[in-house]
Design a protein around this ligand. Structure first.
Ligand code: NAP
Length: 261
């Protein structure tokens, strides 16, 4: 899975969203993250189609919303996602939240069916805590490929990182720029200044250094480019320790159907 992808939540205007995806792919991004709930799978599909990049070279991920997690609904809604995205397979399909119609046995057996018939390459989950990952492993008889969770320098997810490393589960950090909050953290600004980089690049480079995949959402070419350059930023040991020690716990995404964290 490419370590840096493009997030698309709230990139809703169809033309803008398609252009953001095209721009990112032509710049070198090879990982795009969307979801049924974002209402932009059509636009994401258009962006992939427009880009001078083969579909097979793109790692494409979407997520099944909480009201489509019963067995038949998973199969049906995934087919609808494939149609909107203009593709016949997904590289990764996530359970968006362990909520609503989610039932480990029922939901994940539908995901396994999709994998066995070739509509999806990998099974992922999102917003899962260790207890949900344990139940998923039991239902699937194997660990899930990835868990996508909120993670950034202000919510470092130390325990979940340890759990996933041990369990062989990839972590994907959503809201890796803390939805813009990283620009107001002095430590990040100081490190950014020292490297002639942006706080966004420092934030992403720190996560990538931890072995975590990042999917910052960016709309304009300037932001898409700024984030891409994080791949070239090498933080020092001291930078990493300073960020490790920021010592804040700021969760930004916590809807009322979220699990107890
Ligand atoms: P984010 O990536 O932390 O931050 C996005 C915000 O930062 C946008 O306002 C964006 O503005 C701005 N930005 C991006 N790059 C920038 C740069 N280089 N300099 C200055 N500003 C910059 O937040 P997010 O959208 O919440 O999270 C990223 C992705 O994770 C989402 O798009 C979605 O794909 C996924 N996600 C998943 C879940 C889940 O439940 N699984 C939940 C939340 C998010 P512009 O748009 O103007 O560029």
């Amino acid at each position: 899975m490419p370590a840096l992808g493009l997030g698309t939540w709230q990139n809703e205007a169809p033309e803008q969203c398609a252009e953001s995806v095209r721009t990112a792919l032509e710049m070198g991004y090879r990982h795009i993250d969307t979801a049924q709930a974002y209402g932009n799978e059509d636009a994401v599909g258009n962006g992939i189609e427009r880009a001078a990049v083969d579909r097979d070279d793109v790692f494409l991920a979407t997520k099944v919303w909480t009201d489509r997690l019963a067995y038949d609904d998973v199969l049906e809604s995934t087919q609808e996602s494939l149609d909107r995205l203009g593709t016949d397979y997904l590289d990764l399909l996530y359970v968006h939240w362990p909520a609503g119609e989610y039932d480990a046995e029922e939901t994940l057996s539908a995901f396994a069916e999709l994998r066995d018939e070739g509509s999806i390459d990998r099974i992922g989950v999102s917003n899962f805590e260790p207890r949900h990952l344990d139940a998923a492993k039991e239902a699937l008889d194997a660990p899930v490929f990835a868990n996508q969770v909120e993670m950034h320098s202000l919510l470092q997810q130390t325990e979940l990182r340890e759990y996933c490393a041990e369990a062989g589960i990839e972590l994907v950090a959503y809201s890796p720029l803390a939805r813009g909050k990283v620009f107001d953290v002095d430590v990040l600004s100081e490190i950014a200044d020292a490297h002639d980089a942006s706080e966004a690049q420092v934030s992403l480079a720190w996560l990538i250094e931890k072995g975590v995949t990042v999917i910052p959402k960016a709309t304009s070419e300037a932001h898409i480019q700024d984030n891409w350059a994080a791949l070239d930023l090498e933080l020092t040991e001291e930078d990493i320790t300073r960020i490790d020690n920021i010592g804040r716990s700021r969760r930004l995404i916590d809807p009322d159907f979220a699990p107890e964290w």
